[in-house]
Design a binder for this molecule. Structure first.
Ligand SMILES: *Cc1c(COP(=O)(O)O)cnc(C)c1O
Length: 447
């Protein structure tokens, strides 16, 4: 797989390089030079989940990894299901929250962990570290989290050879459940509580990446949401959604672009939607997509004819989507351009807080408990999809992850999944650090 930098098209890299680098020159995003086409979609949709994932992933990176390695990475990454649950006739929820940290970010993070550990082990076998200027073959994932990403990344890399993870989080500003999920692991995972906010954590991470001592010593990798390996993993579950949809329609159903479901994606940084568009570009029938956002509505405003204008980010119940300048957007536009599709085919809608609460309640009338992110995607369907059409919304987090909000809106207790209950009983381990780069630097180099 070859990728080019959307800002500097002459920078062309392999998938492995793009996964290690994350971003290209001038912080440009990597984009595939070629989107592979899958034929015999009907046959593909009849395979089992892991075999289907293997086919999808191989179409992209089969030139860089042996088939047995791809199979192994897929088996180790996707250790949980993505069930398509019928909410009512014509409406389904694709539940992406059955992984270890109860949010869809587990798919991307776990696959990225497989890719990076594979690359790290190949470098060791190659003897690359003989280069005296490259002091180690160690790789350190340094990441800032406002809650969910840190947990997904930490869990995904837990006990993976040759890779350490350091998570920076704003002290006192994330929920206890979120914190427990990455501070109770130990081993190759460490956490640093920064006495400031999330923006400060992000700033510190950026400074660390610009620091030569830290880079040499630790082999930094950001593992953030623009990493191409995460997107590859996310393409897989769109195939899963359509496969289960077809099975549920029963015999006699003929899948085409017309009978295929509309998919509504609750969006923040737009990685999830980018992956969906890649799936459609590969040949998967999907009628069209809906980009559903909360009150951070830069994209819906733009799709509805206004200029691209980034307003200050506002805090909402669906806080993982509190993003006003989505970093994956250039990839979305690049796909439309490459495929010759019109952006008119992408529907955008912003759902406010009152609508989100009403949507959560409306879902319980169908016997379905969701959380605010899924509710935003569901409400978009209520507003934009006709009764005769089939639609799927992506349920990106488990209701227990947003227990407080869900309980206050629905006035019913949310059951804690076992994994979260156990983490709540373990002891947290973390270090404290001021919002001060020299202090963080000496802490990191001590590692
Ligand atoms: C990250 C996240 C989103 C937004 O996904 P993007 O790929 O950033 O658009 C939606 N829901 C949940 C629960 C998330 O954690």
């Amino acid at each position: 797989m070859q990728l080019y930098n959307l800002k500097h098209p002459d920078q062309v890299v392999s998938f492995k390089e793009a996964s290690i680098k994350g971003l290209g020159k001038d912080r440009g995003l990597f984009f595939p030079t070629h989107i592979p086409q899958l034929d015999q979609i009907d046959e593909l949709l009849q395979l089992d989940f892991l075999t289907r994932c293997e086919r999808v992933v191989s179409a992209w990176i089969g030139d860089e990894f042996e088939p047995v390695i791809i199979r192994q990475m897929v088996e180790r990454a996707f250790v949980f299901d993505a069930p398509l649950v019928k909410v009512k006739d014509g409406l389904h929820s694709l539940e992406l929250f059955h992984g270890p940290t109860l949010a869809f970010k587990d798919f991307g993070a776990r696959f990225m962990a497989q890719v990076l550990s594979r690359i790290a082990s190949e470098n060791i076998a190659d003897g690359t570290p003989d280069d005296p200027n490259k002091s180690t073959n160690k790789m350190t994932i340094l990441t800032a989290t406002s809650g969910d990403t840190g947990a997904a990344v930490a869990d995904a890399f837990y006990q993976i050879d040759n890779i350490d993870v350091v998570v920076l989080y704003p002290d006192g500003k994330i929920s206890e459940a979120q914190k427990r999920l990455f501070t109770t692991l130990g081993d190759n995972i460490s956490a640093v509580a920064i006495k400031s906010d999330f923006d400060a954590c992000q700033r510190l991470v950026k400074l660390a990446f610009e620091d030569a001592d830290i880079n040499d010593e630790l082999g930094l990798n950001s593992a953030n949401s623009i990493n191409i390996s995460r997107l590859l993993a996310q393409i897989c579950y769109y195939f899963e959604a359509v496969a289960q949809f077809v099975q549920q329609q029963g015999p006699g159903f003929v899948l085409s672009n017309e009978t295929a479901p509309v998919i509504s994606v609750p969006s923040g940084n737009f990685g999830n939607l980018t992956a969906g568009l890649f799936a459609k570009a590969m040949g998967l029938p999907i009628k069209h997509f809906i980009a559903a956002t909360n009150s951070n509505d830069t994209v819906p405003r733009y799709l509805n004819g206004q200029n691209w204008q980034v307003n200050p980010t506002v805090a909402t119940m669906s806080n993982a989507m509190d993003v006003s300048d989505p970093s994956n957007w250039p990839r979305v536009e690049a796909i439309f351009e490459k495929m010759g599709w019109s952006l008119d085919q992408l529907k955008g809608i912003s759902i406010n807080e009152a609508q989100t609460q009403a949507a959560l309640l409306a879902l319980t009338e169908h016997g379905y408990m969701a959380e605010p992110h899924a509710a935003v995607a569901f409400d978009a369907i209520r507003q934009l999809v006709g009764d005769s059409e089939n639609a799927i919304f992506l349920a990106t987090a488990h209701p227990a992850k947003f227990k407080e909000v869900v309980e206050s809106v629905l006035k019913t207790p949310v059951k804690m999944p076992e994994k979260l209950r156990l983490a709540m009983e373990l002891e947290s381990h973390f270090e404290h650090c001021e919002d001060d780069f020299p202090a963080l630097k000496s802490l990191l180099l001590k590692h």
